[in-house]
Ligand binder design. Structure first.
Ligand SMILES: [Ca+2]
Length: 272
């Protein structure tokens, strides 16, 4: 359970919460043209076809965290859940966020909802996906025995969700996005790099944070750390002290004392 808790924290929760803050630091040029919807939000349900189903399209009233927007939820076969949020005044930019860990997130989880609300508040059309499975029903990597769900998680879901969101935005405002961006960390960072590699037309700008490039290697490293921690536990009360000593001894080794140890492998500090 400890392993699972550490994994979830590192690969999932932290990046998503940070994204809302990052978005709030950006604002469009002040006198830029804004587009308004050319149809009612609920009319977007008619976009359902062979490629995707619009499950709901409802106008969300203004709240403390976001102005009024049109919220579309849907499904791309076989089981890719997606959300598109469309503001009343749009600066023609689309923003998609990535996933964490093994994905399968609830699209309405607090961190993802906060990111969506901030994106809408900043005037973006926002989109996200669970990548094709529900982690509440298929936790961790259990979904991967299904070949299509594995492919959707690996690279397809982000691509088809971006395409779908662009189609929905084009229908709603009468104009396709002028610019599209992807922001992700950890698994989201991996998705970002795969998007750049396989689907270079999908996004004009990509933020790839801490990409998981070597999944098997990363997992084996976690196991190794957990085994070492189990053999010689460091009590939480002593972690701060251990960290302070490590920074004191090794921070400057990379040429700059900045609170970052560039390559921990070159830090010879031993806790014991
Ligand atoms: Ca340093």
């Amino acid at each position: 359970m400890l392993f699972r808790a550490v994994f979830t924290t590192i690969l999932s929760a932290v990046p998503v919460l940070a994204q809302a803050v990052e978005i709030s630091r950006w604002s469009p040029p002040p006198n830029e043209e804004r587009l308004r919807p050319r149809m009612h939000c609920s009319a977007l349900r008619a976009l359902t076809g062979y490629e995707f189903s619009v499950i709901s399209a409802t106008l969300q009233p203004a709240s403390d965290s976001a102005p009024e927007f049109c919220r579309v939820t849907g499904q791309i076969p076989p089981e890719i859940q997606f959300e598109v949020a469309l503001p009343y005044q749009w600066h023609k930019r689309l923003l998609m966020i990535g996933n964490g860990g093994y994905a399968g997130e609830n699209l309405e989880s607090p961190g993802r909802k906060a990111t969506r609300d901030q994106a809408v508040k900043s005037g973006f059309v926002f989109t996200q996906t669970n990548t094709g499975h529900d982690a509440a029903e298929e936790p961790l990597g259990t979904f991967a025995v299904n070949r299509q769900k594995l492919l959707d998680y690996a690279f397809r879901a982000v691509h088809v969700t971006a395409e779908t969101a662009k189609r929905i935005a084009a229908a709603y405002y009468g104009t396709a996005p002028a610019r599209s961006y992807f922001m992700g960390c950890s698994t989201g960072g991996r998705q970002a790099l795969i998007s750049a590699q396989r689907f270079p037309q999908d996004f004009d700008g990509i933020i790839a944070g801490a990409p998981v490039l070597d999944f098997v290697g990363t997992m084996m490293n976690y196991v190794s750390i957990q085994q070492a921690m189990a053999a010689a536990p460091v009590p939480p009360a002593k972690l701060k002290l251990a960290g302070e000593i490590a920074y004191r001894l090794c921070d400057a080794d990379d040429g700059v004392k900045d609170g970052v140890i560039d390559d921990p492998r070159r830090c010879g500090f031993q806790v014991t």
